[in-house]
Ligand binder design. Structure first.
Ligand code: AKG
Ligand code: FE2
Length: 199
């Protein structure tokens, strides 16, 4: 058991310049954000945040059992995707969808999970971009349970490298002192038409 293995992530502080953060934030005011209700052991739970999925056509996504159809990329967001492919071609060339999570304040959160849905291309990187309030992002090894904390602030880009989701989980814990909203974008490479085959 390796005790001192660190997670396969790269944090680029202030990757997105303030002007672009501002434009993207403005555009986000028009996102059709939804509070999805998930069913666990027969009980219904609204997720403690809202979200929306933008992607190329045919790139639908399944979240806790509900199929989420791809909405077209908004203009500013499409530019950010292009910027990612130019600055980080090794990781961003195949991005075809982005999950946006909106956390109203420190009471909104995301529990422990791995981004290991079957429609995600195996060993692809996931790029995570933050706007608004700074929040702790915690990564935990599945076996050793060792934890690592990353403070994600406005404009920061976190690269979760291929293979990370197999060995590690991550979460966005509640933070009582945070009283302003945060947006997080996880840019993903998913298999086109993955769900078309079943319906
Ligand atoms: O909000 C974050 O920083 C994490 C989001 C996340 O883990 C996800 O969308 O799968
Ligand atoms: Fe995640």
């Amino acid at each position: 058991m390796t005790q001192h293995e660190s997670p396969p992530v790269t944090l680029i502080k202030q990757f997105l310049p303030p002007k672009l953060c501002q434009l993207l934030w403005q555009e986000s005011q028009n996102y059709p954000l939804e509070k999805i209700v998930i069913q666990v052991f027969g009980k219904y739970h609204p997720i403690p945040r809202t979200q929306v999925w933008f992607a190329d056509s045919g790139c639908d996504y399944k979240y806790s059992g509900s199929l989420i159809r791809a909405l077209p990329w908004p203009q500013e967001l499409a530019k950010i995707r292009l910027l990612l492919t130019q600055k980080l071609p090794e990781y961003a060339t195949h991005i075809n969808g982005v999950l946006v999570n909106h956390y109203v304040d420190g009471q909104d959160c995301m529990g422990w999970h791995s981004d290991n849905e079957p429609e995600i291309v195996k060993d692809s990187a996931i790029l995570s971009l933050t706007l608004g309030a700074a929040r702790d992002f915690v990564v935990r090894h599945k076996v050793t349970k060792q934890k690592f904390n990353y403070l994600l602030a406005e404009g920061d880009l976190l690269i979760m490298h291929g293979g990370m989701q197999q060995a590690w989980e991550h979460a966005l814990p509640k933070r009582a002192r945070v009283n302003s909203p945060r947006l997080n974008y996880t840019f993903r490479h998913i298999k086109p038409d993955f769900y078309q085959k079943f319906n």
